[in-house]
Design a binder for this molecule. Structure first.
Ligand SMILES: CC(C)(COP(=O)(O)OP(=O)(O)OC[C@H]1O[C@@H](n2cnc3c(N)ncnc32)[C@H](O)[C@@H]1OP(=O)(O)O)[C@@H](O)C(=O)NCCC(=O)NCCS
Length: 72
């Protein structure tokens, strides 16, 4: 499960993120994992569309929204 993935602004759009995912796939396969999941940011996130495009472009497919309950 990818909890958070951030590339420094100065390095975005230079395939650093794609390279990290490729390495993650290799590490995961080597350990016997058969899938990788990520929770996208909220749709109000200003770069939501770009983030979604990044994962779609790296082989991810929609898997339904996640939900949460904050406990007080
Ligand atoms: C999403 C993110 C990790 C991608 O890493 P990256 O190294 O910029 O991505 P790559 O260079 O491998 O791939 C580029 C693609 O990512 C997408 N992308 C998303 N945000 C981008 C950004 N700020 N700048 C450039 N490309 C971005 C585009 O689809 C782009 O494809 P294109 O060049 O055809 O337009 C990075 O842009 C980032 O840290 N964004 C802000 C935080 C975020 O949204 N993290 C994911 C939360 S789980």
């Amino acid at each position: 499960l990818i909890q958070d993935l951030w590339v420094h602004r100065a390095w975005r759009g230079r395939a650093v993120g794609a390279g990290l995912l490729t390495k993650l796939y290799d590490l995961s396969r080597g350990r016997g994992f058969t899938r990788v999941e990520v929770g996208l940011p909220r749709e109000s996130f200003e770069r939501f569309g770009a983030t979604e495009a990044f994962y779609l472009g790296n082989g991810f497919e929609p898997n339904g929204p996640r939900m949460r309950r904050v406990l007080s």
